[in-house]
Design a binder for this molecule. Structure first.
Ligand code: URA
Length: 444
């Protein structure tokens, strides 16, 4: 087999065999195929796409490049949730303790903030002492104790994805649906989950802004997952505005606890409950999403998920008492308010602009190696649909330093859109996609 022939086949629109894909990926990971040839192949995939079978084969080949968690000996079911990323999206921190409190194990491998989107690991690491670089044995111990464990991707997990993702990032090939699908599913399969709920976001703050593109990604994920024997439900959810009332690392951990205590913002609670309900369904603890949701609501009312959350903090190296004492106080000293410039209604707070301003504030990062600030962020006092008078406080912001605060203020002000009349209600969950017995079921 010659690499150049495989590249030309894909360039000419041919379906590649599992053997060809294995030859490419193994050769790349072993250092035998140079990055420039893999970049050429990735660009050919970007333009020509891949069939479901090809994407499934690529996922398996990538998965085989590294290790895989083995949870034998622990009682399941094992169900995970993955989000394609957004602004103020802290649903993982809410659904993991919630569904764990109902007897489902959640071995979650998460990512860091990149570009305008936030990262679960950066949020959790804002809790002093919280460790996310867990080894399999520690994951196992924590899963047994608190039902869920949060970790970063270890060096041994899907090394092909780490190499390929870094290459795609600098060769304009990130936005390829089959490459994204294989990247996400290989990591999820490596976690050892039996089933997966995907939160595929669309809107200004999403990776895929256009709902049709997000739906195409969701469709690729559920059909490829089904071809691999994974049980997946995808929800298409709105990311035009930040979820909840806070964006920032420690701020979002605090807000997650508010949700577990029943005082979370409506939009955040709604999406979290819809995701958790489907995790309960896939875990076999409910007959349908409505029953799953009722079980989640009852669990929240019992206070059990809050205790799971605090127990998990202790198990992963933090101190729950210290965390509770820091609540509402752990903020940067560099702070300012954004006030209403006119007296009307808030039509929208643009998620992408808030996410970009968050990079300046220190919430997120432009490059993987940049540090983030635990105490920077934004708290919204008004959101979509709220009436405002000139001078009303819309947001309070905290920045990593004085210069960053000044740099972010214009974009934060610009993120607020006004309207003379209240905006129409927003549909938070646009669509559900899943594959049941080899056909795609779509529900509006
Ligand atoms: N997230 C991933 O994990 N992989 C991609 O390729 C894109 C987003």
């Amino acid at each position: 087999m010659r690499t150049v022939d495989i590249i030309m086949d894909k360039r000419n629109g041919k379906e590649l065999s599992r053997e060809a894909l294995s030859f490419l990926i193994r050769g790349y990971v072993a250092g035998e195929i140079p990055a420039y040839q893999i970049a050429a192949w990735a660009m050919a995939v970007f333009f020509q796409g891949m069939s479901t079978e090809e994407t499934a084969a690529l996922t398996e080949v990538m998965l085989q490049s590294g290790g895989r968690f083995d949870w034998s000996g622990i009682a399941g079911p094992f169900v995970d949730k993955h989000s394609t990323g957004g602004v103020g999206d802290k649903t993982s921190l809410i659904v993991a303790p919630l569904v764990a409190s109902l007897g489902i194990k959640v071995p979650m491998m998460s990512g860091r903030a990149l570009g305008h989107t936030g990262g679960t690991l950066d949020k959790l690491e804002a809790i002093p002492g919280y460790r996310t670089g867990l080894q399999e044995e520690e994951m196992r111990e924590i899963l047994c104790k608190t039902g869920y464990a949060m970790t970063s991707q270890t060096a041994a997990m899907v090394p092909a994805d780490r190499l390929l993702y870094a290459l795609r990032d600098v060769t304009g090939t990130v936005e390829s649906i089959p490459l994204i699908t294989a990247s996400i599913l290989a990591k999820k399969a490596a976690e050892g989950a039996n089933a997966l709920v995907l939160d595929v976001k669309y809107g200004s703050g999403a990776f895929m802004q256009d709902p049709a593109a997000a739906e195409a990604l969701a469709h690729s994920l559920v059909t490829t997952g089904a071809a691999l024997g994974m049980r997946i439900i995808a929800l298409l959810t709105n990311m035009d505005e930040p979820l909840g009332t806070r964006v920032g690392n420690f701020l979002e951990v605090e807000e997650s606890l508010d949700c577990l205590e029943g005082t979370g913002a409506e939009d955040l609670m709604e999406i979290s409950l819809e995701l958790a309900a489907r995790m309960i369904l896939l875990g076999g603890k409910a007959q349908d999403p409505a029953e799953g949701r009722r079980r989640c609501e009852a669990a929240l009312a019992s206070g059990k998920p809050r205790q799971f959350f605090l127990d998990n903090i202790r198990c992963q190296g933090g101190d729950p008492e210290q965390f509770l004492a820091m609540r509402g106080k752990y903020r940067s000293e560099f702070t300012a308010d954004i006030r209403a410039s006119q007296g009307t209604f808030i039509a929208r707070i643009d998620a992408r602009k808030i996410g970009h301003a968050g990079i300046s504030l220190g919430v997120g990062r432009d490059h993987t190696e940049d540090p983030v600030s635990p105490t920077a962020g934004v708290q919204f006092h008004k959101k979509r649909g709220d009436p405002v008078s000139p001078g009303d406080r819309i947001m309070t912001v905290w920045a990593k330093d004085a210069a960053s605060l000044q740099a972010a203020l214009p974009e934060l002000q610009d993120a607020v859109e006004y309207a003379a009349t209240p905006p129409a209600p927003r549909q938070l969950v646009l669509k559900e996609l899943t594959v049941l017995s080899n056909h795609t079921k779509e529900q509006n």
